[in-house]
Design a protein around this ligand. Structure first.
Ligand code: PHE
Length: 373
């Protein structure tokens, strides 16, 4: 693979390969954009089949983070870390090691939770650097961002339901959730509480047992995308919407929290041709970005409502643009964010780490949005 070509095409600034000889940690950090502000984005830990796969993942994930921040008007760029090997000294030492690597960036990058990392892992990172978000609540942190991401997906879903059925009401609707992790589980439970019939799938029997206890009907992970439901919600790993899955999808709406859901950019058009309404993942899944990158008030449920509202509005805007211009929502989401990004980065140099990352409060975010229209 030609790494510089990838970086050039997508506008990445920096790709950092980290190896700690002391612990054996192997991790890659990608900084997509710091001209908007320090790069933020979670740290993913999952088995990668090759270094190439990990490089592509971290490049794509960090770019998606930039789009998330742009979509919600927050002064940050996108970054991401992927861990290929935590090393031979155990989990806590591995994450501390990653913390030291992050510390060397002096505030150019801040991390948080992602697939495969928890608030406890953030505590290990915090031993080495301040540039970590999503610490446990009892340590004064924001805690697990899963419920916030789920709230955002629900906001997006409301906008879609209105577009397709003329009502945001979830009662009597059916939804199939792929992946019952921190986000998918919350989403499934909340959708059921709001009156939907909920199907769910996960590779882990522990997660499916938890979901079953909440009244969620369990289906096979290889067939969940084919479920005869109104809504399909990908909340697992990247690339689930592809040439092979798209023809089998029966839902009218697809909205979920997984990052980079399209296997190839053309899959967005394939969904539009099948008249399936798909919300770009970087719009639907920006809840954690808002939650971890702002000083959130103590009122948890108020915060989740606010996040749900912001993302409902953003989704409406994307769907409106798609309708007006006769383009797919996929294209509309990219247009909207890339245009804004270009404008806000104009004549701005890359961010040099200043040793600190200041988070804006959550409230003005909304004020600025309404001002913009
Ligand atoms: N994993 C979250 C996401 O993909 C992460 C996040 C971590 C956001 C740290 C901001 C800061 O959106």
């Amino acid at each position: 693979m030609n790494i510089f070509q990838h970086m050039e095409t997508a506008g990445h600034e920096q790709l950092i390969f980290n190896h700690d000889p002391e612990t054996g940690l192997k991790a890659i950090i990608a900084l997509h954009n710091t001209r908007q502000g320090p790069a933020l984005g979670g740290c993913r830990q999952k088995p990668y089949e090759s270094e190439e796969e990990a490089v592509l993942d971290v490049l794509q994930l960090s770019r998606a983070m930039t789009r998330k921040f742009v979509s919600v008007n927050l002064p940050f760029g996108g970054g991401k870390a992927v861990i290929l090997d935590l090393g031979h000294e155990g989990r806590a030492a591995g994450f501390r090691s990653l913390g030291r690597m992050i510390a060397t960036l002096n505030g150019r990058y801040g991390t948080g939770e992602d697939v495969g990392s928890t608030p406890e892992d953030m505590v290990s990172i915090r031993e080495e650097t301040d540039h970590v978000f999503g610490l446990p609540e009892n340590l004064g942190g924001a805690g697990n961002p899963g419920p916030a991401t789920a709230a955002g997906v629900l906001g997006s879903l409301s906008a879609c339901l209105h577009e397709i059925f003329g009502s945001e009401d979830l009662r009597g609707r059916s939804i199939a959730v792929q992946g019952l992790g921190e986000v998918g589980f919350c989403l499934a439970v909340e959708a059921r509480r709001r009156g939907a019939v909920v199907l769910g799938a996960d590779l882990s029997s522990r997660r499916t047992a938890m979901a079953k206890a909440e009244g969620i009907e369990i289906v096979s992970p290889d067939r969940v995308h084919e479920a005869g439901c109104d809504i399909y919600s990908p909340c697992a790993l990247s690339g689930g919407l592809s040439e092979s899955t798209i023809p089998r999808i029966r839902a009218r709406i697809i909205v979920g929290s997984a990052n980079n859901q399209l296997k190839t950019p053309g899959d967005g058009e394939a969904l539009a041709r099948r008249e399936i309404l798909w919300v770009p993942d970087f719009i639907a899944s920006s809840g954690a970005a808002i939650f971890l990158s702002t000083k959130i008030p103590n009122d948890r449920s108020g915060t989740l409502d606010l996040i749900e509202g912001i993302i409902r509005e953003n989704t409406r805007e994307v769907l409106r643009l798609a309708r007006e211009q006769g383009i797919s929502p996929s294209e509309a989401g990219i247009q909207l964010t890339d245009k804004r990004l270009k404008k806000s980065c104009k004549d701005r140099p890359i961010h040099v780490g200043t040793g600190s990352i200041d988070l804006p409060p959550l409230a003005p975010l909304r004020a600025e949005k309404t001002k913009e229209g």
